[in-house]
Design a protein around this ligand. Structure first.
Ligand code: SAM
Length: 291
């Protein structure tokens, strides 16, 4: 069978099928066996596992997953790659290819049809132009995945795992850390892809939390507070929150609420931990403040 991590083989396959790499679709295919194995090992695929892959490409990662899992469902947007995939995955009966845009498909339905009610794993060498919307879609929909192992841009990996008070800490860090425990498994230089992207990359493992790390009275209020704090990064926490209060803010009341939570109103939002954001959100709910 094909050695899909060989640049020569990749080039020949693409040429024979008359397909050129589409940069706009983030088509940087893996050509490094070591990194491929690191992704699959991090996902710890067992024979009974159900896997969702985003972006099959020419089937490099798909084949590795299919060799270990019970079923791999792989979504690929580029129709031109399907004749190649028919060839490279011809000996993988446990792969189902789905043509479509992962952000536009009815994901709940796709998962129900393929995986019924069983938990599944998400493994992907993500197209970088849609990293954040893909992550947020899967997290916010509350889909029952156990773990997500994804290759992302190195700087995105830093944001996902960032701690309060660091430059990389932001809305994405809080949202991802609310739903999952993220860790960086390995970093990868641009050379592991064909063609090489302009940025370095990292494999990130996002383990879904069984229970949220903080108790929230109304999760929407928590996310509104976080968005407000990071949306106005240069403002103090007090000014950022007061400005966004529905119907115009009462700064004094907001200051009182922050002090009651033992939070200095004059700090910037990026210093707050998940627990502190939760304390503010719960206090706002208790005081009946619409936010
Ligand atoms: N899995 C392959 C690998 O590791 O070599 C390919 C990874 S490549 C970085 C990303 C793949 O995602 C490309 O094949 C691209 O066509 C596909 N893709 C891009 N946007 C997509 C979308 N919105 N929905 C599904 N697939 C997409």
């Amino acid at each position: 069978m094909y050695n899909l991590v060989s640049p020569k083989v990749v080039k020949q396959l693409m040429m024979r099928h008359g397909v050129a790499f589409n940069k706009g679709l983030g088509q940087n295919f893996l050509i490094d066996r070591n990194i491929l194995e690191k992704i699959v090992e991090a996902a710890d695929i067992k024979t009974h596992d159900l896997v969702l892959e985003i972006g099959a490409g020419i089937g490099t990662l798909t084949r590795e997953l299919a060799g270990r899992a019970e079923l791999v469902v792989s979504v690929e947007i580029d129709k031109r790659l399907f004749p190649i995939l028919d060839e490279t995955l011809s000996d993988c009966p446990n792969v189902r290819l789905v043509h479509g845009d992962i952000l536009k498909l009815d994901i709940e339905n796709l998962i129900r049809e393929n995986f019924a009610n069983r938990p599944f794993k998400i493994v992907a060498n993500l197209p970088y132009y849609i990293t954040t919307p893909v992550l947020m879609t899967f997290l916010e929909k509350g889909l029952w995945f156990e773990v997500m192992v994804v290759m992302v841009q190195k700087e995105v990996a830093r944001r996902l795992t960032a701690s309060p008070g660091t430059e990389d800490y932001g809305l994405l860090s809080v949202a991802v850390q609310y739903y999952t425990c993220p860790t960086i498994v390995a970093t990868a230089s641009a050379k592991v892809f064909m063609p090489p992207p302009k940025v370095d990359s990292a494999i990130v493992m996002l383990k879904k939390r069984v229970a949220p790390p903080v108790k929230l009275k109304e999760p929407e209020v928590f996310f509104r507070v976080v968005r407000a704090a990071f949306g106005q990064r240069r403002k103090t926490l007090l000014n950022a929150l007061a400005a966004l209060e529905t119907g115009g803010g009462d700064k004094q009341r907001m200051e009182h609420i922050l002090r009651k939570c033992n939070i200095d109103p004059w700090i910037r939002g990026e210093l707050l931990s998940l627990q502190q954001f939760a304390d503010i959100a719960n206090a706002l709910v208790d005081c009946n403040i619409s936010f």
